[in-house]
Design a protein around this ligand. Structure first.
Ligand code: SF4
Ligand code: SF4
Length: 490
C-alpha cells in the first residue's frame, strides 16, 4: 500500500542504483594501515586513550567520548598504534583532523569484555549504555550518537520507532543490500531500540524502488506482531527524517522541535543492524557497508569495510578505475562530500564512494542567479536557498541563518534544479562546517577558560592559605617574644 500523505518539495532524481546491486555484499579484509579519525560524529572529537607503540585488540576502546554529542571509537583490528596525527578530512574545505594510525598485525585478535551480557535480560538503560559504549552513531548520514537518541526517547512519550530504509539518494544501495541480506539482524536491532525507548510499534519505511528489500524485510517481520513494513513513494529526499515522518504518520515535526515531540523516533536500518551487532555479538562500530559506484569504477558493488580503511586501498581491492573520474565523492551525489584525494579513510558516516565520469555529473559552469524561484519550490524545508547562498558566500552565517541555514538538511534539491548551476549546497555545507568549527573552537575556548579559572582560584586559595599560615606563625612568634620579655622583666 502506498502512502496517502504528501510532502513538500523534493525532486525525482535519476536513480542509477542498478549499477551496484547485482552482487552480494563483499566483506573486505584488513588493509596494511588504518587511520581512525577521532571526529566521526556530530559533537566534539573523541579523546585518544592509547599511546604510540601500544598494542591494541580488535574492538578495544582507543578514543573515549569527550562530552555531549561525542562518540567513542574502537580499534577495527588488532595491531600497533603508530601514532596520532593530522589527516585531511573528506571535505573540499581542506580542513584536517586527528586520527589514530594503526598498523594491523594480521591476527585480528578480539578484545573480550569482562562480563558477557544476556541480550534478553537487558533493561532499557542497559541497552542505551551498551549502544553508547559501542560508539554507534546514526549511519544514515547524520552521525548523531545513537545512545543519546535512545536516552532522550526513553524519557519522552515515544510510541513509534520508524526505521528508515528509504535510501533516497541516487547511486546509494548499501541500505538496500543490507535489508536484502541481513533483514533478521536489522529487525533484532530494532526490537532492542524499541525496548530502550519504551515504544509500542516499529514501522519500517522503504521506497517502492526496492522490491527485494521489501520482500526480505516482510518475510522476517511477519513473525513480529509489532513490526510493519510500509512502502513509500520514491522521491528525493524521502530519507530525511522530517519527510519520512510526514509521509508515514501525516504529522509534522514542529519547527525547532524534535520528532520525539510528536511521539516518534527515527533510526536508520544500518544503525539498527549495528545495535544488533553491538549487543548480540559484542562488536562495537568498527565496520560498515559502503556502496562503490559510478561509471569510472571497474566493478561497482557494496562492500563491508573496516572504519579507517584508506579509500585508495578500497578501490584497489575492487579492480580500481577504468576511467579518470571527473568527480570523486564520499556519500551520494546530492549530499556527499567531494573527496580531495583517495588517501582519506572510510568513516562511520561514509555510505558510499562514487567515482563519477563527466557524463554523470553536471559540469556546466555556474552563471548568475536569475531569481527564477525553482530552488524555493524544490526545497523540502520551505527555505529560501538563494538568500542563504548570498549570505553564506559573504561568510555572513547569521544572515544565512535568518533565511534558514540552521534548518537546511543539505539535501541538494535546490542545486539539482537550479538552471544557473549554482552549487548552492556546497555553500551551505561549507558554511555549516565553518559554523561548527567555530562552535568547537568556542567550546574548547570555554573549556580552557574554565580550566585556567579553576587553576587561578586554586592558586589564590593556596596563596591565601600560605599568607594565613605565615600570619599565624608571625602572631605566634610575636606572642612568644612578648611572653619572653615579660619573663625577663619579672
Ligand atoms: S534556482 Fe538558481 S537561478 Fe533560480 S532562484 Fe534559485 S539560485 Fe537563482
Ligand atoms: S536549502 Fe537546504 S534543505 Fe532546502 S533544498 Fe537546498 S539543501 Fe535542501
Amino acid at each position: 500500500m502506498l502512502m496517502k500523505f504528501k510532502v513538500r518539495g523534493g525532486v525525482h532524481a535519476d536513480e542509477r542504483k542498478e549499477q551496484s546491486t547485482d552482487k552480494p555484499i563483499r566483506v573486505l579484509g584488513i588493509p596494511p594501515l588504518l587511520s581512525v579519525p577521532l571526529s566521526q560524529h556530530a559533537g566534539l572529537p573523541a579523546k585518544p586513550i592509547v599511546a604510540e607503540g601500544q598494542h591494541v585488540l580488535k574492538g578495544e576502546l582507543i578514543g573515549a567520548t569527550a562530552g555531549d554529542r561525542s562518540a567513542s571509537i574502537h580499534a577495527p583490528t588488532s595491531g600497533t598504534v603508530l601514532g596520532i596525527g593530522r589527516i585531511q578530512a573528506p571535505h573540499p574545505s581542506l580542513l584536517s583532523y586527528d586520527a589514530i594510525h594503526i598498523e594491523p598485525d594480521g591476527l585480528d585478535s578480539i578484545y573480550l569484555p569482562e562480563t558477557p551480557v544476556d541480550p534478553q535480560q537487558l533493561s532499557a538503560a542497559a541497552i542505551a549504555d551498551l549502544v553508547d559504549s559501542a560508539g554507534i552513531v546514526g549511519l544514515g548520514g547524520a552521525t548523531y550518537p545513537a545512545a543519546l537518541k535512545l536516552k532522550a526517547g526513553s524519557r519522552q512519550n515515544v510510541h513509534t520507532l520508524i526505521l528508515n530504509g528509504s535510501e533516497c539518494e541516487p547511486y546509494l544501495t548499501c541500505d538496500d543490500m543490507l535489508m536484502r541480506e541481513r533483514a533478521a539482524e536489522i529487525i533484532s536491532g530494532a526490537q532492542l531500540i524499541l525496548k530502550a525507548i519504551n515504544a509500542k510499534q516499529i514501522i519500517v519505511g522503504i521506497e517502492d524502488n526496492k522490491p527485494q528489500a521489501i520482500k526480505a524485510m516482510r518475510e522476517v517481520a511477519q513473525t513480529d506482531s509489532n513490526v510493519e513494513i510500509r512502502v513509500i513513494p520514491t522521491r528525493y529526499p524521502m530519507g530525511s527524517a522530517k519527510q519520512l515522518i510526514k509521509v508515514i504518520t501525516g504529522s509534522e515535526v514542529p519547527t525547532g522541535g524534535r520528532s520525539s515531540d510528536i511521539g516518534v523516533l527515527v533510526h536508520n536500518v544500518a544503525t539498527s543492524f549495528a545495535v544488533h551487532q553491538a549487543i548480540y555479538q559484542n562488536r562495537p562500530l568498527i565496520s560498515r557497508v559502503v556502496t562503490l559506484s559510478g561509471q569510472a569504477l571497474a566493478t561497482p558493488q557494496n562492500v563491508e569495510v573496516l572504519i579507517g580503511t584508506p579509500v585508495q586501498w578500497l578501490l584497489e581491492q575492487c579492480d580500481g578505475l577504468v576511467a579518470t573520474p571527473a568527480r570523486m565523492l564520499m556519500g551520494g551525489p546530492m549530499m556527499g562530500q567531494i573527496l580531495p584525494n583517495t588517501g582519506v579513510p572510510i568513516t562511520k558516516g561514509a555510505s558510499a564512494i562514487l567515482a563519477l565520469t563527466n557524463e554523470e555529473i553536471n559540469s556546466a559552469a555556474a552563471s548568475p542567479c536569475i531569481r527564477c524561484g525553482s530552488c524555493v519550490q524544490a526545497c523540502p524545508m520551505g527555505l529560501l536557498p538563494l538568500e542563504m547562498a548570498r549570505h553564506s558566500r559573504a561568510d555572513d552565517y547569521d544572515g544565512a541563518n535568518e533565511f534558514g541555514l540552521k534548518d537546511c538538511i543539505l539535501c541538494g534539491s535546490c542545486a539539482y534544479v537550479c538552471p544557473s548551476h549554482i552549487p548552492l549546497v556546497h555553500y551551505f555545507q561549507f558554511a555549516k562546517g565553518k559554523h561548527r568549527e567555530n562552535q568547537i573552537q568556542s567550546s574548547k575556548g570555554e573549556y580552557t577558560k574554565s580550566l585556567s579559572e579553576a587553576r587561578l582560584a586554586r592558586q589564590e586559595k593556596e596563596a591565601a592559605a600560605k599568607a594565613a599560615a605565615k600570619a599565624e606563625k608571625a602572631a605566634k612568634a610575636a606572642a612568644r617574644k612578648k611572653a619572653n620579655s615579660q619573663v625577663e622583666k619579672v
